[in-house]
Design a protein around this ligand. Sequence first.
Ligand SMILES: Nc1ncnc2c1ncn2[C@@H]1O[C@H](COP(=O)(O)OP(=O)(O)O)[C@@H](O)[C@H]1O
Ligand SMILES: [Mg+2]
Length: 280
Amino acid sequence: MSYFSQSQLKLLLLCKEKILYDSTYRKCNPLYHSFARRRFVARIGRSRDDFKYVVKFRGSGHGTKMLISELIGGVVAKLLKLRVPELVFVQLDEAFGQTEGDEEIQDLLQGSRGLNLGLHFLSGALTFDPVTTKVDGLLASKIVWMDAFLTNVDRTVKNTNMLMWHKELWLIDHGATLYFHHSWTNHEKQALIPFSLIKDHVLLSFADQLEEVDIECKKILTDEVIRELVNLIPDDFANWTEDSETPESIREIYYQFLSERLKHSYIFLNEAQNARKTFI
Ligand SMILES: Nc1ncnc2c1ncn2[C@@H]1O[C@H](COP(=O)(O)OP(=O)(O)O)[C@@H](O)[C@H]1O
Ligand SMILES: [Mg+2]
């Protein structure tokens, strides 16, 4: 049985659409320049509701596949009751970035007109430091389990992609999950990979309740929930249609990948447990 009713799920997953306006974007963004200089795909925008958002641009290197990774990763984390910033769809206004002086950034912005993805900016958050901050075993296990499930290669000591905000651990940057979609072949086989890179997960040594978490997470991520999850992918993101593929058939492949991976979760669970033995 699902932990969420259909309507609860819709509420939880509902991403509001925001419009970013060029005039406010410039004036209100002290972080804009430092982000831009470092060529982050994420930049700060400001929408009419007065919250700031980190924007993941469809015009960046990995295009809309990266946005799908962010969307699925962020929503799965939310479903598992992990802390992630609010996710919103961001519609970039035609005028957005027109006054941008840097040509490269101008290209990025122009290539990003239309639907993008934003995350609530956690003002004053600090990068998580695994040396100074210990993480509870249950929480660490959930995060490790989720990253093994979604094949997230980007939660390492070097790059934790976690922030401390109001003394709580928050997850950001799910852009490197689901890397099977970059080759987009043989998803049946790729769904069953053990994911050996879990050995580099920054929280692996704390994750002492993986088996319990596996049972718990699978109760939440029912077939119905996975279906709803992939249905969140907008047509506009599922737009790399080669051959006869349609947004519908692309969503179906994500559904199959995720549901097969869950059905065989013992494969990635064993891999993570074996990798942990090197710490014990
Ligand atoms: N929601 C957020 N709130 C506060 N800071 C953020 C947020 N998202 C990203 N950042 C900051 O921006 C950096 C880069 O963002 P990230 O999403 O990790 O993109 P990437 O690693 O692909 O450049 C993060 O390491 C973090 O310091
Ligand atoms: Mg990052």
